[in-house]
Structures are given as structure tokens and as C-alpha cells.
Design a protein around this ligand. Structure first.
Ligand code: NAP
Ligand code: ZN
Length: 366
């Protein structure tokens, strides 16, 4: 499959799209590439980007070392390198972590602004950003959001607006062949939760609904192969699910499941996908109550009931973390401060969130 379309970011999908569409993404005279410790190389994306830049005579620098759940501090250091290299555009390669870091680098390399200004989206110029995902999960390549770890606040926080939306997104499913089964599953669950949560937001539109039901339907067709580890046949589909979810949350944002997941990542060390899956069974019980029609249509599209889906998640991504009552109160307070909490179709209070955390962890034990 191969196609190109333009929504808010110029998006190119298909094997070989990085080299094939070089003219569409080489948007400056000096590039700075931001990637993870190994994802750029293992996926083959870094080699393709370097080949395209060299073929077009564009000098470039590379930073290969963005960590998982990247910190704002690291992004500031990398932005200083990009400034020194006098880069006029940024290429992000990797999972959500390097792509989100690349967005912060694109802002901070253009203007070394304070953290407060950054989180108010008070930037005027941002270097053009090209985003090349190597996981099928976050959809960060088509969203404006940059989710960074804030050690000062002891949590993760996002910033972003139309200026941090990548100028081009290049999605080549071949880059995900080097992913392990576990990371494939973990990131695919993230893509699915984007579609599910976007449907439940108070910002859903008929267009995002169409993306989301289609994403969920395609994801449902991959569940068996994912569980069996027969991944090569579903890599293309999973990247499409990730794209559809990303295009939707770019418009709607996520909801409580993501908001509740961030403390589980920060304090509990769960990956982003694991954190969402920890909350998913309790979230499904909530959506059955507050959005019954959408809940039912989503599960119909998936081809699986809520109990079956919860069992699938617990079987494939077991929740071994345990949390105390004190942590529940603390995590609920943190969740209340997340913007995603305000996207729910009702206004949850701290007690509601505490109840959901208890339900999620009780459901893991029973
Ligand atoms: P990730 O943290 O980017 O990567 C997870 C692991 O996968 C890393 O160890 C990475 O290796 C490895 N990896 C990535 N691609 C690979 C490949 N092709 N082959 C082999 N290994 C590969 O995971 P992610 O789930 O994609 O991103 C999670 C982050 O995105 C979180 O910080 C989350 O908050 C954020 N997020 C952002 C949005 C958004 O809209 N911006 C939405 C959802 C989530 P290396 O580290 O060695 O490179
Ligand atoms: Zn996510």
C-alpha cells in the first residue's frame, strides 16, 4: 500500500517514503537529526535520512541518545547542540519519546525561552520539524503535543499548538520490523487507546469519529496475530491505526486514561502503553456508564466485548505494580492537573479518579 494525503501535517505513508519523498521534507539548508539511543539505527530510518540528506547536499548533525520518557532538561541540552550546528530544520526519528523531544528541540533551538513560556505555548518561531516514527503507537508524528518528563513537578506534562505540528510526517511500516513483540504490543495498545479515548472526549467530531472507528476496526483485526506474535502481517495495519489515532487526538486530545497513566509511569516505572493498559479495564467500566452508545459501538468495531478485552490486556500486558492508598490520593491529585482530564464528557472530581484507580488495581488482583 502506498498513498499521500494532506491533513494538518503533510503525511506520506508506505515503504520507501523517506527516500521517495525527499523533496517534500528537506525543508532547509542545514538539518539536525534527533533520535533515540538505538531506534534510528535499528529501524533503518537514520540510514535513509542520511542518504537523502547527502544526496541533496544538505549538511547535518545527529543526536542519538534521547531516553524513554524524555526530560525537558535533556531537550534543552540537545537544542543547544542544534543551535550550535546552525540547523534550520529538525528531523525527529524514533518512537514517541524522540519525536516529542524533537518538538521541544524545534522550539528551543529557535528561541531559548523559559519553561513557563514553553508551557504557555508562548513561542513565536519554531524550526520546521520532520517526524519519522519507528513505533506504531503514539501518533506523535501528526500531533502537536510534546509530552515531557518534568522532574521539577514530578510528573509528565505536555505543551504544543499548531506551531509544533510537524511540517511533514513520513510513515514507513518497514521501520517497525526491528521492534520486539512486547514493544509492538505495548505501543499498539497505545494507538488503540488513542482511538478509544478520542471517541469519548467532549471534543469528538464526525471526522475524528470516522478515523477512530476505522482505527479500532483495523486494530481488532490484528489482535489475534499480536497475541500469537505473528507480527509481520500486521505491521502496516498497526502503523495505520497509530496514524488514525494520532490524527484524532491532534484534534480532540486524550482523556482520563492517559491522565491517570502518567503517575504510573513517573512513580511506578510503567511504559506508556503499560500505564494505559493498567487503567483500561476500569476505564471501560466507566465508559459503559457515561458514554454507553459510543462504548458499545467501539466494542462492536473491535469485535470483542469489554470483559474479553480486559482479559486480553491482563494476559498480554500483566499488571504487576501495586499501589498504596496514599499513592492513590497523590496520583489522583496529579491526574486532576492534567489537561486530558478536562476532555471527559463530565467533570470528574478527585474522588472519582481515586475510585477509578482503586477499581483498576482491584481488577488486576481479582
Ligand atoms: P519510546 O519510549 O519512544 O520507545 C520505546 C523503546 O522502543 C525504546 O527503548 C526504543 O529504543 C525502542 N524502539 C523504538 N523504535 C524501535 C525500532 N524500530 N526498533 C527497535 N527498537 C525500537 O516508546 P513510544 O511508546 O513510541 O513513545 C512513548 C512516549 O510518547 C511517551 O513519553 C509518551 O508520553 C509519549 N506520547 C506522546 C504522544 C503525542 O501525541 N505526542 C501521544 C502518546 C504518547 P531507543 O530508546 O534505544 O531508541
Ligand atoms: Zn498515548
Amino acid at each position: 500500500m502506498e498513498f499521500a494525503f494532506r491533513s494538518r501535517a503533510n503525511t506520506f505513508f508506505g515503504a520507501g517514503c523517506v527516500r521517495g519523498h525527499a523533496a517534500d521534507w528537506i525543508l532547509g539548508t542545514r538539518a539536525f537529526v534527533v533520535t533515540g539511543k538505538s531506534s534510528g539505527r535499528k529501524s533503518g530510518a537514520l540510514a535513509d535520512v542520511e542518504a537523502a540528506l547527502q544526496a541533496n547536499g544538505v549538511p547535518y548533525g545527529v543526536f542519538e541518545g534521547i531516553g524513554n520518557n524524555p526530560t525537558l532538561d535533556q531537550c534543552r541540552e540537545v537544542a543547544a547542540l542544534a543551535r550550535e550546528a546552525r540547523a534550520d530544520f529538525i528531523v525527529g526519528i524514533g518512537g514517541g519519546s524522540p519525536l516529542d523531544a524533537a518538538k521541544a528541540v524545534a522550539v528551543l533551538a529557535a528561541e531559548d525561552i523559559s519553561t513557563e513560556q514553553l508551557y504557555k505555548n508562548a513561542y513565536t518561531s519554531v524550526l520546521p520539524l520532520i517526524a519519522i516514527p519507528t513505533t506504531s503507537g503514539t501518533g506523535s508524528e501528526v500531533t502537536p503535543w510534546s509530552v515531557l518528563t518534568r522532574t521539577d513537578l514530578q510528573t509528565k506534562r505536555s505543551f504544543g499548538n499548531e506551531k509544533t505540528l510537524p511540517a511533514a510526517a513520513l510513515l514507513d511500516p518497514e521501520y517497525t520490523r526491528s521492534l520486539s513483540r512486547r514493544i509492538t504490543l505495548d505501543t499498539a495498545m497505545d494507538a488503540f487507546t488513542h482511538c478509544l479515548e478520542s471517541l469519548m472526549t467532549n471534543k469528538a467530531t464526525p471526522v475524528t469519529d470516522a478515523y477512530n472507528y476505522e482505527g479500532i476496526r483495523r486494530f481488532g483485526a490484528c489482535l489475534l496475530a499480536l497475541e500469537r506474535g505473528e507480527l509481520d502481517g500486521v505491521r502496516e495495519e498497526l502503523m495505520l491505526v497509530s496514524l488514525l489515532g494520532g490524527m484524532s487526538i491532534a484534534h480532540t486530545g486524550t482523556t482520563l486514561m492517559h491522565g491517570m497513566g502518567y503517575p504510573l509511569t513517573y512513580y511506578g516505572g510503567l511504559t506508556h502503553g503499560e500505564a494505559n493498559c493498567a487503567v483500561l479495564p476500569a476505564y471501560l467500566a466507566l465508559t459503559a456508564r457515561v458514554q454507553p452508545e459510543r462504548h458499545q459501538h467501539a466494542l462492536q468495531a473491535l469485535g470483542m466485548g469489554a470483559e474479553e478485552l480486559s482479559a486480553y490486556v491482563r494476559r498480554n500486558i500483566p499488571l504487576t505494580l501495586r499501589i498504596t492508598e496514599e499513592q492513590i490520593r497523590h496520583f489522583a491529585l496529579q491526574t486532576m492537573l492534567q489537561s486530558s482530564t478536562r476532555n471527559m464528557p463530565f467533570s470528574p472530581d478527585q474522588g472519582d479518579v481515586e475510585t477509578l484507580y482503586r477499581a483498576a488495581f482491584d481488577m488486576a488482583i481479582s
